[in-house]
Design a protein around this ligand. Structure first.
Ligand code: NDP
Length: 258
């Protein structure tokens, strides 16, 4: 049990990577507080995760509600040892066809709310805690039409480093998981049928040497390392889980001759 007696907060714990991470953390002995907006998936997650979870309906872009919810949560489960600021949204913002509202929604959720999640959790964090931010390979991919999303994830990479310095005096470590394409509901609006999802998996998988998308559980296990006492002298880093897409792109299927 690598997280015995630890208390974790996971934003966006009712779906995808956050839900997979909640399961891994609970299996490793942690008590986990999950947040999300959708009452149905929150209830389903609470049922699936069992006794070790407290599910809270909170919009991460509402800082006042977040501060209140975290204060109430720690009264029930104790101070946090782990914060996984994971909640995020995707979405294209093509030049020439993007409103300020669309752009600011992505910035507000993936960037501003990540900062305020950490700030809101800070009074309730034990010294020596582990903070994990969720980045993305989009920070370095240069993909067309995903400017706002990519900008938020590049900003997350910067914030991981800034916060690692700022919180070090309390022994609080700040690291990041950086997923490549991972099979979660975030892709549903872009691939609404099984065929469309298979085509997407083939396209995104084909961009990496290992040739497939990640499973949510594979990101969760990277988060587990950063959350646990296995990484007590590790701060300011990112663990990239992308099948080699960003570190060895020339090995991708599309470049192979044999
Ligand atoms: P999902 O869509 O499955 O999960 C996103 C989660 O974020 C949901 O639980 C959702 O809850 C929550 N969320 C979104 N907006 C808010 C909000 N305003 N307030 C509270 N909760 C919110 O996607 P993933 O699991 O894939 O995404 C998790 C993170 O991983 C994101 O930061 C994403 O950018 C990142 N990532 C994902 C990749 C992928 O390929 N899947 C690749 C790289 C990074 P609710 O539905 O209740 O709003």
């Amino acid at each position: 049990m690598r997280l015995r007696n630890k208390v974790a907060l996971i934003t966006g714990g009712n779906s995808g990577i956050g839900l997979a991470t909640a399961k891994v953390f609970i299996d490793e002995g942690a008590k986990v507080v999950i947040t999300g907006r959708n009452p149905e998936t929150l209830a389903a997650a609470e049922k699936a995760l069992g006794a070790g979870v407290l599910a809270l309906k909170v919009d991460v872009t509402d800082t006042t509600a977040t501060e209140k919810a975290l204060a109430e949560a720690t009264e029930k489960v104790g101070k946090f040892d782990i914060v996984f600021a994971n909640a995020g949204i995707g979405g294209a913002t093509p030049l020439g066809d993007t409103s300020p509202e669309q752009f600011n929604r992505i910035i507000g959720t993936n960037l501003t709310a990540v900062f305020f999640t950490v700030q809101s959790a800070l009074p309730h964090l034990n010294d020596g805690a582990s903070v994990i931010l969720n980045g993305s390979v989009h920070a370095v991919l240069g993909a067309p039409a995903w400017t706002a999303y990519a900008a938020t994830k590049a900003a997350v990479r910067a914030m991981t480093r800034n916060m690692a310095s700022e919180l070090a005096p309390r022994g609080i470590r700040v690291n990041q998981v950086t997923p490549g394409g991972t099979k979660t509901p975030i892709w549903s609006p872009m691939a609404q049928t099984e065929d469309a999802m298979s085509a997407l998996e083939a396209r995104l998988g084909g961009m990496s040497p290992l040739g497939r998308m990640s499973e949510a559980d594979e990101i969760a296990k990277a988060a587990l390392y950063l959350a646990s006492d296995d990484s007590t002298n590790v701060t300011g880093i990112e663990i990239t889980v992308d099948g080699g897409m960003t570190s060895a792109p020339s090995g991708a299927k599309i470049f192979r001759t044999a």
